[in-house]
Ligand binder design. Structure first.
Ligand code: NFS
Length: 674
C-alpha cells in the first residue's frame, strides 16, 4: 500500500523587512503594523514579485500580436554585429527607443491633460460659468498675458489704459486651450527660453506643433512597421517632451492665477500630521481643482460644527503625492506622506476619508480601505475603481463647492465608525515650503528690485557652487527615501543649492531638510552662509511635478540675469530623479535634457539591452542639446556626477578659480559673457 503524503503546509508569504524597505521611522512602524494586522502593502509585494529581466532592459516589443518579441542581451555581451531582431526585423535599438518614447507619450499625456483640465476650469471661470472659483492672482494674470498673445492695455481716446481683468482672463483661457490643438504654428511656451535655446529647437525641428498632436504622433510612429530609426524616434520623443513641458507650464500658470501664486509658508510633513481626535481627510493625486474646494469646505463653520457634533475636535486635512504639494504650497496643508506611504496612511486606522483624483493612486488602496472604516472617494471621470470598493462622486467645476461639501460631510460622518485601535506614528517634521520664481526673486532682491543677480553673484564668487533640481518619485525597488536624501545631503554638503518638487520635496520635508536651520547642520560653508543671510533653507520646495516648470523658469531667470552664458547648457546646473518610477519622470527627464540640463536618473533606465541607443542618450544627445541623460544608482556617485558636471561648467565659464570671494559688478559679468 502506498502511503498518502500529507499535503505540504502552505508557506506564509514573504514579508518586507521594514528597515530594508524605508529609512523613514514612521514608514517602518507602519509596515510593522501592517504585518500585525495582516494587511498587505506595496513593500510586501516588492519582495514577492520580481521585476522582468527583459523588460527592465527595454527590449521586449509587444506592439503587435506576433510577439511579444524579447531580445535578451547575450551574457558575454555583443561581439561584432548585433544580429538580434524581432519577427518583423525590429532591432534592439528600435524596440528600446519605441518603448522609451511611449513612456514619454504616457507622461506627456498625464501632465498635459492635467493642464487641460485646469485650462477648462479657468475658461469656465473666465466665462462666469463656475462661480466657486475666482482669480486670486490678477498680477500674475497680467504678467503672463503677453506670453499668451493677449494685450493687457487698450487704446482709449489716444491713451493706453488697463484692460478689464475678466476680458484678459477670457482671452488667456482661450489662447491656453488652443495649445492642445492649434494648427500652423508652434506651442507658445518654448518662447520663454533664451533665444539660443529656442533657435536650437527650431533648427532641430523639435518645437511642438500642438500638445495633443505630439502624443498622437508617438502612438502612430511606434505602431508596428512605422519608424525604424532610433534617432528619429528620439527626435519625436524630444518634441513630445517639450509638449509635456508646455502643458505643465500652462497648468502652473493658470493654477497660480486661479488659486494664488505660492509664497513661503510653514507646515509639517509625515504621517504624524494626522490627528487621533480629529476627522482625518487625505487628498491624493495631482489635479488641485477639487482639493482647492475641499480645503475651503473643510474650513467652513458648517463642517466644523458637524465635526464637533460627531465628537471630533476638528477636521485635519492632509495630502499625499502632488495634490498634497498643491494644497501645501498655497494653504500650508501638511503632507501626510509621499507615494509609497499611501496605503500606510489608511493603516493608521485614523483615515476617515481618502479622496483621490488622477495619477499615482494604487489600485490596492481599495483592498486596504476595506480592512478599515476608511471611505475611499474617486472623483475623476477618468479614474474610477471597481464598485463597491470606492464611492464615486464625480467632480464638476460647475458645482465644485457642492461636490466638495458632500465629500467632507461623508468623511465627517464616518468619524464615528472608527475602530478603537488607532495607531498614528508620532513622526513629523516642520517645513518651509511654497517657493516660486516670483518670491525667490523677491527674497533675493526685495519688493522693488526683484532679481536673480544675487544668486548669480554668489555662484560666480563660488559661495554657491551650482544649482541642482532633485525631483520625482519613490520606487519600491529601492529603499524608500534613502537615495533622495543621500543625493540631496551630498549636494548641499558640496555647496550646491537644491530645488525640489513632487515626492522628492515631501521626502526632504519628512527628513527636516526644509528648515532654514538645517543649513548649518548639513551645508558646506558657502551655501550655509547664503542660507543664513537670505533666511532660506538649502533645499527649496517648488511644488508639484507640473511645477518642474518653475525650476526651468528659475534656470531661465539665471541666464537672463547675466554672467552665466547665453543658454541653459552654459551654467552650473544639473537635474536628478533619484527614485523615479513614473512615465511622467521620463517625459520630464527628456524635456530637461532637451533644455540643455545634464540629468542623472537613479535605479535604472530601460535602455541597457540596447547599448547603441543607450550611448545615444548618454553621450550622443550632447551634440544636439548640449546635455545628456545619465544613470547612477549609487547616491554618492550620483551626486558627484552632478557636481563634476557643475565644476565642468564653472571651468567653461571661467569661474572655477573664483571660489575665493570676488565681488562682481555688472561690467565684470558682461566681460564674462563676452
Ligand atoms: Ni511626480 Fe507627483 Fe510622486 Fe512621482 Fe507620482 S506623485 S507627478 S510621478 S510618485 S513624484
Amino acid at each position: 500500500m502506498v502511503e498518502k503524503k500529507a499535503p505540504a503546509a502552505k508557506k506564509a508569504p514573504k514579508l518586507a523587512d521594514p528597515i530594508e524597505a524605508s529609512v523613514d521611522k514612521a514608514t517602518q512602524k507602519m509596515i510593522v503594523r501592517s504585518h500585525e494586522l495582516g494587511v498587505e502593502t506595496i513593500f510586501d509585494r516588492a519582495v514577492t514579485m520580481k521585476q522582468c529581466n527583459i523588460g527592465i532592459q527595454g527590449i521586449c516589443c509587444k506592439n503587435c500580436a506576433m510577439g511579444p518579441c524579447r531580445l535578451p542581451l547575450p551574457k558575454a555581451g555583443i561581439e561584432g554585429e548585433d544580429t538580434r531582431k524581432g519577427l518583423c526585423g525590429a532591432t534592439a535599438n528600435t524596440i528600446a527607443a519605441r518603448n522609451f518614447i511611449r513612456m514619454i507619450a504616457g507622461g506627456a499625456a498625464a501632465h498635459s491633460d492635467h493642464g487641460r483640465t485646469v485650462a477648462e476650469v479657468f475658461l469656465s471661470v473666465a466665462r462666469g460659468e463656475s462661480t466657486d472659483y475666482k482669480i486670486k492672482d490678477p498680477i500674475k494674470l497680467i504678467q503672463i498675458a503677453p506670453s499668451y498673445g493677449v494685450d493687457t492695455k487698450v487704446e482709449v481716446d489716444g491713451e493706453m489704459v488697463d484692460r478689464d481683468i475678466s476680458e484678459i482672463a477670457l482671452e488667456v483661457a482661450e489662447a491656453a486651450m488652443g495649445e492642445w490643438g492649434k494648427v500652423g504654428s508652434h506651442t507658445l511656451i518654448p518662447k520663454h527660453f533664451p533665444e539660443a535655446r529656442y533657435e536650437r529647437w527650431k533648427k532641430l525641428g523639435v518645437l511642438p506643433r500642438n500638445i495633443d498632436r505630439e502624443i498622437v504622433d508617438i502612438m502612430h510612429r511606434t505602431h508596428m512597421g512605422v519608424d525604424q530609426d532610433y534617432k528619429n524616434l528620439m527626435k519625436q520623443g524630444a518634441r513630445a517632451a517639450l509638449a509635456d513641458m508646455s502643458g505643465s507650464w500652462i497648468a502652473t500658470d493658470l493654477q497660480d492665477v486661479m488659486f494664488g501664486t505660492p509664497s513661503p509658508l510653514i507646515s509639517e510633513a509625515n504621517l504624524g500630521v494626522m490627528k487621533q481626535d480629529h476627522v482625518n481627510i487625505i487628498v491624493h493625486g495631482h489635479e488641485p481643482v477639487l482639493s482647492e474646494m475641499i480645503v475651503a469646505a473643510a474650513q467652513s463653520t458648517e463642517m466644523m460644527e458637524l465635526a464637533n457634533k460627531v465628537g471630533a475636535k476638528g477636521i485635519q486635512l492632509s495630502g499625499i503625492c502632488c495634490t498634497a504639494n498643491e494644497v501645501l504650497q498655497r494653504h500650508g496643508v501638511p503632507n501626510a506622506g509621499n507615494f509609497l506611504q499611501q496605503e500606510l496612511a489608511i493603516i493608521t486606522g485614523a483615515c476617515d476619508a481618502m479622496v483621490v483624483d488622477v495619477q499615482c493612486v494604487f489600485q490596492n488602496l481599495a483592498n486596504v480601505a476595506k480592512c478599515f472604516h476608511t471611505k475611499l472617494f474617486t472623483t475623476h471621470p477618468m479614474a474610477k475603481m471597481e464598485q463597491p470598493n470606492a464611492i464615486h462622486i464625480e467632480f464638476d467645476e460647475h458645482h465644485a463647492m457642492e461636490d466638495a461639501t458632500r465629500i467632507v460631510t461623508e468623511a465627517v460622518e464616518n468619524f464615528k465608525n472608527r475602530g478603537a485601535d488607532v495607531q498614528i506614528p508620532a513622526e513629523k517634521q516642520p517645513q518651509v515650503a511654497g517657493f516660486s520664481v516670483e518670491n525667490i526673486k523677491y527674497h533675493l532682491g526685495g519688493t522693488f528690485r526683484g532679481t536673480f543677480y544675487t544668486l548669480n553673484d554668489n555662484i560666480i564668487n563660488g559661495r554657491i557652487r551650482g544649482v541642482a533640481g532633485v525631483v520625482g518619485c519613490n520606487n519600491a525597488r529601492t529603499q524608500h527615501n534613502s537615495i533622495h536624501l543621500a543625493v540631496i545631503k551630498e549636494l548641499i554638503k558640496n555647496d550646491v543649492l537644491v530645488l525640489t518638487t513632487g515626492c522628492g520635496g515631501i521626502t526632504a520635508a519628512m527628513d527636516g531638510l526644509l528648515q532654514p536651520d538645517t543649513a548649518a547642520a548639513y551645508c558646506g560653508p558657502g551655501l550655509a552662509e547664503i542660507c543664513e543671510v537670505v533666511g532660506i533653507p538649502p533645499v527649496l520646495h517648488m511644488g508639484s511635478c507640473v511645477d518642474n516648470t518653475r525650476i526651468l523658469n528659475a534656470a531661465i531667470e539665471v541666464v537672463k540675469a547675466g554672467g552665466m552664458g547665453n543658454d541653459l547648457c552654459d551654467w552650473p546646473v544639473a537635474g536628478s530623479a533619484p527614485e523615479w518610477m513614473s512615465e511622467k519622470a521620463i517625459a520630464i527627464g527628456q524635456y530637461v535634457v532637451s533644455s540643455g540640463i545634464y540629468t542623472v536618473f537613479g535605479g535604472y533606465l530601460p535602455i541597457d539591452g540596447a547599448p547603441e541607443f543607450k550611448k545615444y542618450l548618454t553621450e550622443g544627445m550632447d551634440e544636439l542639446y548640449g546635455a545628456t541623460w545619465d544613470v547612477e544608482a549609487d547616491p554618492i556617485k550620483h551626486a558627484h556626477k552632478m557636481i563634476a558636471h557643475i565644476d565642468k561648467k564653472r571651468a567653461e565659464l571661467g569661474i572655477d578659480k573664483a571660489r575665493e570671494r570676488v565681488l562682481m559688478d555688472m561690467a565684470d559679468r558682461q566681460a564674462l559673457e563676452a
